[in-house]
Ligand binder design. Structure first.
Ligand code: SF4
Length: 726
């Protein structure tokens, strides 16, 4: 028996785990009480990490297509097949005929941040897609325009705030998103226990709403209207108070003019939130000594996602709560460079456009909602080959019937993935990385989103049954670079290290040679991590320092960092840049129309589920983790439907059937179907998930509905009709 500590890689909360192992078998999973961020918290998903690693359906060897079948092969054979296939497609159709899709788990690995960027550069294509455009791209764009960098995302200072308005977020079940806060439920309870106030805006009475002082069941897709009305109230009632931010803000008067049409009375009917309640929200925020507004998926995944994210930032700025303890603050990653401060180049978008519908690039990628049309529309630049890394676009992207057909028609599909799932079953080559316990771990992305600054490194707990994911992606990089299938992954590591050392030396850290020498004892991703720690903002940190503190190093509460964190063209927080000014009339035009009637479909999260993965672990299946259509009793009665009936749900683009769950926990006029289901595709090998496959909600979502600024898919607020199945 041995006890090891490691960070849970399964969700954004990044909890510290204490595992008890008997040989290679995990016999107990507990929360690590000494973890400075999670303090012993553990959720049901984290408790299954041993079962996930041991899952017999997890692939242990690569697969290559022989005729209609995917068969096991050696790693050399798999990489040779990739090299041959890529060479063939590029020779016939050019580099633009190759694309890449990056799934959500890329932010939970070292391969994602350290090696995937080099691979994408080596492909030399503008066909870059990711889960960001079905999730959080509106927030990246809002941060880029407001603060100058898309990854400077302020988070609620949860442990110190006394007033929190939360829209479209259900962290009690999702465990948090764009806000890394283990034990979110405990932190929200603590907020209320110290006399604070929590208001949750969501069309469903979620478990998060159960913890709130007030729950407002908003009409889906109207969060932006409610938020802009709050901005209007702040101006109309002379409640704007920038406090310490006053010297650092640009565009306040222009924002006043933009918000003027959005009076509480004009938006109330659309939002189904009374005007006086909206006024009280604005007054409450303005009066709070330490207040904060936070919005996520439900507010972002609509046609007005960026304007919703924008208004959240604006409300925090206008009340002086941005960059203030207890407000909305910027984390300081241990891997970050010193903030430049002053004027910067700002954030450029639209450096290229998608081929078919001309959608602008944002943050180096084009919208995933256009992936299907890029594959299926003939012409120069048509996508003929696709690499997916840790993604399941056949279940994660809108209009997935068309997407699945297009995936099946590619000349080459290469998937880096540990499962034969609904996407990888269509692949020509599948390259499985080791299980979650056989990887080193550091939260590169989430260091920028933590509600308290910490740094934690985990070495692999168990031996890998194949090459590390970093090596897999490095070998793909070498193939895409023309170095062939037999290249040494260490060449890619050296390239990444050289690039980072050059940048750090230019910033004055030390000479390139000195920096590289300091990390010379490390190899692979650990060498990259060590160099970043040594050149980060916390003196004395290194990989060895983290090894000596397996529960993690506490770097303290969040600290104010404006203006240093800014890199906008003005050197200030910009409240009214041109692209926002130009888009607001689209939102205002909604006010000219009557509020939408009919049923609107929203998604939902389960505590024991995580997008399309996790359904194959027996302990995660069943219970409350069910793929049902939730409907209010009044809507069910109006249609003659009863709990347990199988109903047909139809949208503009598709139709599915699901069991009905009649519940007053969802607002009238709204229905909810969870996403990530539909595990009945032939050829997939998810034997536990297939026993209760559920239905794929993305057969109903409409790829034509996107937020035009960010390209984010509009997955929530889809008009549907529901009737008894015949
Ligand atoms: S909340 Fe997330 S990080 Fe924490 S144990 Fe659960 S799955 Fe793991």
């Amino acid at each position: 028996m041995r006890r090891v500590l490691r960070t849970c890689p399964l969700c954004e909360a990044t909890c510290g785990l204490a595992l008890t192992l008997d040989g290679d078998d995990v016999v107990r999973v507990e929360g690590d009480p000494d973890d400075p961020l999670s303090r012993g918290f553990l959720c049901p998903k984290g408790a299954t990490i041993g079962a996930l690693h041991a899952d017999p359906d997890r692939l242990r060897a690569p697969l290559v297509r022989r005729g209609d079948a995917l068969v096991e092969c050696t790693w050399d054979e798999a990489f040779a097949a990739v090299a041959e296939g890529l060479e063939r497609v590029v020779a016939a159709h050019g580099k633009e005929s190759v694309g890449v899709y990056l799934g959500n788990p890329n932010v939970h690995t070292l391969a994602g941040p350290f090696y995937v960027p080099a691979f994408v550069r080596a492909l030399g294509t503008g066909h870059v897609f990711s889960a960001s455009t079905v999730d959080q791209m509106p927030q990246h764009l809002a941060s880029g325009l407001m603060f100058g960098h898309p990854d400077r995302i302020p988070v609620p200072d949860l442990d110190r705030t006394d007033w929190l308005l939360m829209l479209g977020a259900n962290p009690v079940e999702s465990n948090g998103s764009l806000c890394t806060a283990p034990d979110f439920p405990g932190r929200l309870k603590a907020l209320r226990a110290r006399g604070g106030r929590l208001i949750v805006v969501d069309p469903r009475r979620t478990r998060t709403a159960d913890l709130a002082d007030e729950h407002l069941a908003i009409r889906p897709g109207t969060d932006a209207l409610l938020l802009w009305a709050m901005v209007q109230v702040l101006f109309a009632e002379d409640r704007v108070d920038l406090r310490d931010l006053a010297p650092h803000v640009e565009g306040v008067e222009a924002l006043r003019d933009l918000a003027a049409p959005f009076t509480p009375e004009t938006v109330a009917g659309h939002c189904r939130v009374p005007a006086e309640v909206i006024r009280e929200l604005a007054r409450g925020l303005a009066a709070a000594e330490r207040g904060c507004v936070y919005a996520r998926i439900g507010a972002h995944t609509t046609a007005f996602g960026t304007l919703a994210a924008w208004a959240v930032g604006a409300l925090n700025v206008l009340t002086g709560n941005l960059d203030r303890p207890g407000g909305s603050m910027f984390p300081r990653s241990a891997l970050g460079r010193p903030h430049p401060g002053g004027r910067g180049r700002g954030f450029a978008v639209g450096r290229w456009r998608s081929r078919v519908s001309g959608r602008p690039e944002v943050r180096g990628e084009v919208p995933s909602a256009v992936l299907a049309e890029e594959m299926s529309t003939p012409g120069p630049g048509q996508l003929r080959a696709l690499f997916t890394i840790a993604g399941n676009p056949a279940r994660s992207l809108p209009d997935s019937a068309g997407l699945e057909r297009a995936l099946g028609g590619l000349d080459l599909l290469v998937c880096v993935d540990p499962y034969l799932n609904e996407t990888t079953r269509l692949a020509d080559v599948v390259l499985p990385p080791p299980g979650p316990l056989a990887r080193a771990h550091y939260d590169v992305a989430f260091g920028n989103l933590m509600v308290r600054n910490v740094a934690r490194y985990t070495p692999p707990t168990l031996a890998a049954d194949g090459p590390d994911e970093c090596d897999i992606v490095a070998r793909l990089t070498l193939i895409a670079s023309g170095a062939g299938a037999q290249g040494d992954p260490a060449w890619v590591t050296m390239g990444v290290l050289g690039h980072l050392a050059k940048g750090a030396a230019a910033a004055g850290a030390a000479s390139e040679a000195e920096l590289l020498a300091a990390s010379a004892g490390e190899s692979g991703p650990e060498a990259i991590l060590d160099l970043l720690l040594r050149t980060g903002p916390y003196p004395g940190l290194s990989l060895d320092a983290l090894r000596a503190a397996p529960s993690g190093v506490d770097l303290g509460p969040l600290q104010p960092c404006v203006p240093d964190v800014l890199s906008t063209p003005s050197g200030r927080i910009e409240l009214a840049p041109a692209s926002i000014v130009d888009d607001v009339p689209r939102l205002a035009a909604l006010l000219d129309d009557a509020p939408v009637e009919g049923l609107l479909l929203v998604g939902r999260r389960h505590l024991r589920s995580n997008n399309s993965w996790g359904h194959n672990v027996p302990r995660m299946a069943g219970g409350t983790n069910r793929c049902t259509l939730q409907m209010h009793p009044d809507d069910a009665a109006a249609r003659g439907l009863r709990d347990g009936d199988v109903v047909a749900i139809a949208s503009r683009v598709g139709r599915v059937e699901a069991p009905l769950e009649v519940t007053d926990r969802i607002a009238a006029g709204v229905v909810s179907l969870p996403h990530g289901w539909g595990h009945d595709a032939p050829g997939a090998r998810l034997r536990v998930a297939a026993k209760a496959p559920g239905v794929n909600s993305n057969l109903l979502t409409d790829g034509a509905v996107t937020d035009p600024l960010s390209g984010n898919a509009g997955l929530n607020g889809i008009p549907v009709e529901v009737a008894a199945s015949v």
